[in-house]
Design a protein around this ligand. Structure first.
Ligand code: 6PG
Length: 242
């Protein structure tokens, strides 16, 4: 089986496997007295992971070494039900001892173009650069039913190759504006992990993993880490067509 594939019976087991990656990398960084720079995705899937991290890993992870960034954000205030930061705060941040100074939210309430520039400035100040783009240690991604990832949608694939590290995008169905890391930024990361669960993702996963007809239309097909391939953590439902 493809070494980049990690398949588990349930969403809980899949999320726990990703939590173990975060724990082991955090411990490694702690040993080296290095910060652990992670960019988190939003949507629904990672909520379970965040709840598991808060409940079962709160005493295990050296949170003081973790610096949290976001892959993307909806252009809404943090109190809005669709805010990725809001979801992360409720399911994780308010329950673990991570310092506020180490949390770098995208500000969804700011005018989008202005916020994209502000966030780029933050990333370039807080992170090392690789090939001119901010470099994360780990980026956690999800994938939509349409094969989008981050907020790079199939109708705007140009964001995969943008020279800007952060961009404004628009959800193709809702028209909601988003702030997103671009493909070049994501692909500079040391490690990229997709956490994808549910049967609705199975057909697109089949095409992406098998590089079969149609995969070229999905932004998630163009994502890899700098030195290793992106790792896919899937539950049985998302992997059912493999
Ligand atoms: C977002 C995410 C996005 C998400 C996919 C999957 O802001 O929505 O960053 O890329 O990962 O849309 O979303 P679900 O986990 O809700 O299926």
């Amino acid at each position: 089986m493809n070494s980049n594939l990690h398949i588990f019976e349930t969403p809980e087991k899949t999320a726990r496997a990703v939590a173990e990656i975060i724990l082991s990398t955090a411990r490694e960084k702690n040993k080296q007295s290095l910060p652990f720079n992670i960019a988190l995705s939003g949507g629904n899937t990672p909520k379970l992971l965040f709840e598991i991290l808060a409940k079962e890993y709160d005493d295990l992870i050296p949170w003081h070494f973790i610096r949290l960034f976001w892959v993307d954000e909806r252009c809404v205030p943090p109190t809005h039900p669709e805010s990725n930061f809001g979801m992360t705060y409720e399911s994780l941040l308010k329950n673990v001892p991570i310092q506020d100074a180490n949390i770098f939210p995208i500000q969804g309430e700011i005018e989008p173009q202005k916020e994209a520039k502000r966030y780029q400035t933050i990333l370039e100040a807080q992170l090392p650069l690789r090939n001119g783009f901010p470099k994360f240690d780990l980026i956690l991604l999800g994938m939509g039913d349409d094969g989008h990832t981050a907020s790079i949608f199939p109708d705007n694939m140009v964001l995969l190759h943008s020279e800007m590290p952060v961009a404004v995008s628009v959800h193709p169905v809702s028209g909601q504006k988003r702030i997103t890391l671009t493909g070049n930024t994501i692909n500079q990361a040391d490690e990229v992990v997709f956490l994808i669960t549910g049967e609705s993702k199975a057909e697109v996963i089949r095409q992406i993993i098998n590089r079969s007809t149609g995969f070229v239309n999905y932004p998630a097909s163009y994502i890899n880490a700098h030195t290793v391939a992106a790792q896919f953590y899937l539950d049985d439902a998302a992997a059912k067509k493999l």
